[in-house]
Design a protein around this ligand. Structure first.
Ligand code: SF4
Ligand code: SF4
Ligand code: SF4
Length: 543
């Protein structure tokens, strides 16, 4: 596309290979691989690499490459880089530089990089931290989202973690527009297998139900496949049939083993399809049974259904459906990309818009509090709930995604997503996320119903006690500052009310972390404390 005036340039000499730049890139433009040195023998002259720093991957090369023609120049990667160049003040292990002089050589480097193998997701490396996750191939790339968008890194992460097992039901909104600007689509497939996530878009008002329908259909197909495996046990072979039916798919290794079994199943079925007459004793309708099983055999591999949308969908127009689907107890995951405003239609207030912020339909500043969607979901007791902000704690975000996916029930993740509608320097979006958490406005937490059974508090507060006043976060953003400039007295009153709301909200969450929340939904286990925070229940900032 060549829209960036400046693009990042990597300095392999001081890079610590942390993967943070790869993790935060909204357009999956910057990527990392670890490869055997011999694969770099024919690399272009300007292609960079360095010794890989993975103890599980000895004697390998680490390469970090930017697709400069698809980079938007947002500089989030540079902001995320933790390494300061001691040789030159202000420089890091990755720095912005004019694109034009780099374009031709880097385009060649990108082509070379693309044909290098991606790391398999099941070879013993645990993809539960930012460093390792950078090696997973993203299957959401080069979208039409704004430069520096705070939503898309979460989608990129989703595809990295769950790959082609992912089924996405996408509500209308920004994510359906940049996710489906047909005839192109940023949802793509693995280079090695040609398989990728399934994606479809539904309306604002029925997306949760749409995703639930995907889950029910997948479950029906899986049940049919299991039934047919049982009926065709003699054809398939008892050992393979039993292994297919009893597979442990709780890990990527287990899932990979099941994929191999399904491939073997398909080989055997294809073989029998040609020779059904030879089978003794004969089985009635054997050709159609084999055809049916071939059609649904892929559903024997565990699938992951994610219902995705913005706050306009989740808090407002689609809320009834979201609540209904959470209450259904089915194994679906909901990801709310919370920009706190209807971003795609020009910035109208939603029930996620915070007190004191200006938005369309709240031109004098919103006078009511943001709805606490997480608390409402937690009240069910059997819903996994997490609130995340990757700019505040990238590891907690990965943990929440993995825990939600592994939970055999409904899950809700509310993800802070900075947005152009906030009126910020988008290069500082991750920093704003951190300030939101530091102020206590956006506490990071995870509520895992499985902890009930272990006699633990299911609510874990992952944020420390507030360190800054709410206004020190809010007044970096035009949506709050505008009112301060036009109606200073009104702004001051709203800011005071907003700080009081933050204090009250934080106290409530801290108390839940210290004392436990509700009763175990299944009667298992007793509650004990489990706070990670400082432990005092006093408000941190005076109002
Ligand atoms: S400047 Fe932005 S789009 Fe380009 S590589 Fe960095 S994070 Fe990605
Ligand atoms: S964020 Fe910086 S140190 Fe980390 S991998 Fe990227 S360039 Fe290297
Ligand atoms: S309007 Fe906001 S959420 Fe939508 S693409 Fe732009 S930055 Fe992302």
């Amino acid at each position: 596309r060549n829209i960036a005036l400046e693009v990042p340039v990597w300095d392999p000499d001081i890079c610590i290979q942390c993967g943070k730049c790869v993790y935060v890139c909204p357009h999956a433009v910057i990527r990392a691989k670890v490869v055997p040195p011999e694969l770099l023998a024919n690399a272009p002259a300007s292609f960079k690499s360095t010794e890989a720093r993975w103890k599980e991957l000895p004697n390998q090369k680490y390469v970090l490459q930017v697709a400069v023609e698809d980079c938007t120049g947002c500089a989030l990667c540079v902001e995320a880089c933790p390494v300061k160049d001691k040789r030159q003040t202000g420089r890091k292990a990755i720095n912005m530089a004019p694109q034009l002089p780099l374009r031709e050589a880097e385009a060649q480097n990108w082509e070379f990089f693309k044909q290098l193998p991606n790391h398999p997701r099941f070879d013993g490396i645990h993809f539960n931290n930012v460093k390792n996750v950078q090696l997973l191939e993203p299957l959401f790339e080069f979208s039409g989202a704004c430069a520096g968008c705070g939503e898309t890194p979460y989608l990129s992460l989703l595809t990295r973690l769950f790959g082609d097992r992912l089924y996405v039901a996408n509500a209308t909104g920004c994510s359906s527009i940049y996710g489906g600007n047909l005839p192109t689509t940023p949802w793509t497939f693995e280079a090695a297998t040609g398989r990728g996530p399934a994606w479809s878009n539904s309306l604002f008002e029925d997306n949760a139900e749409f995703g639930l329908g995907m889950r029910l259909a997948l479950d029906e197909q899986m049940n049919l496949a299991r039934e047919l495996v049982g009926r065709l046990r003699n054809v398939i072979g008892a050992e393979l049939a039993d292994a297919l039916l009893n597979a442990d798919q709780s890990t990527e290794q287990g899932i990979a083993a099941q994929r191999e079994r399904v491939a073997e199943l398909r080989r055997r079925l294809e073989g029998w399809r040609a020779e059904t007459a030879a089978l003794q004793p004969p089985i009635a309708d054997l050709p159609s049974l084999i055809s049916n099983l071939l059609a649904v055999s892929d559903k024997l591999v565990r699938k992951s259904v994610w219902i995705v949308g913005g706050d306009g969908w989740a808090y407002d127009i689609g809320y009834g459906g979201l609540d209904h689907v959470l209450a259904s107890g089915h194994n679906v995951k909901m990801l709310v990309l919370d920009t706190e405003v209807y971003s795609n239609t020009g910035g109208q207030a939603s029930k996620a818009t915070p007190l004191g912020a200006i938005a369309k339909f709240a031109a004098a500043g919103k006078h009511t509090r943001k709805k606490d969607l997480g608390m409402m979901a937690m009240s069910y007791g059997n819903v996994y709930v997490a609130q995340v902000a990757m700019g505040a704690n990238d590891a907690q975000t990965i943990k929440a995604f993995l825990e939600a996916e592994s939970y055999n029930g409904p899950a809700l993740i509310i993800a802070y997503s900075h947005c152009i509608a906030h009126g910020i320097d988008m290069a500082k979006g991750l920093h704003q996320q951190k300030l939101a958490a530091d102020s206590g406005y956006w506490p990071l937490y995870r509520y895992d119903p499985r902890l009930h059974a272990q006699g633990k508090n299911p609510f874990q507060l992952d944020s420390g006690a507030p360190k800054i006043a709410f206004k020190d976060y809010a007044y970096n953003e035009t949506r709050y500052r505008m009112l301060q400039q036009s109606h200073p007295e009104e702004a001051e009153a709203l800011m005071k009310a907003a700080q009081a709301a933050v204090n009250e909200h934080w106290r409530k969450y801290e108390e839940m972390a210290l004392k436990g929340i509700g009763q175990p939904h299944d009667g298992a286990g007793a509650m004990v404390g489990g706070a990670k925070s400082a432990g005092t229940l006093e408000p941190r900032v005076a109002v």
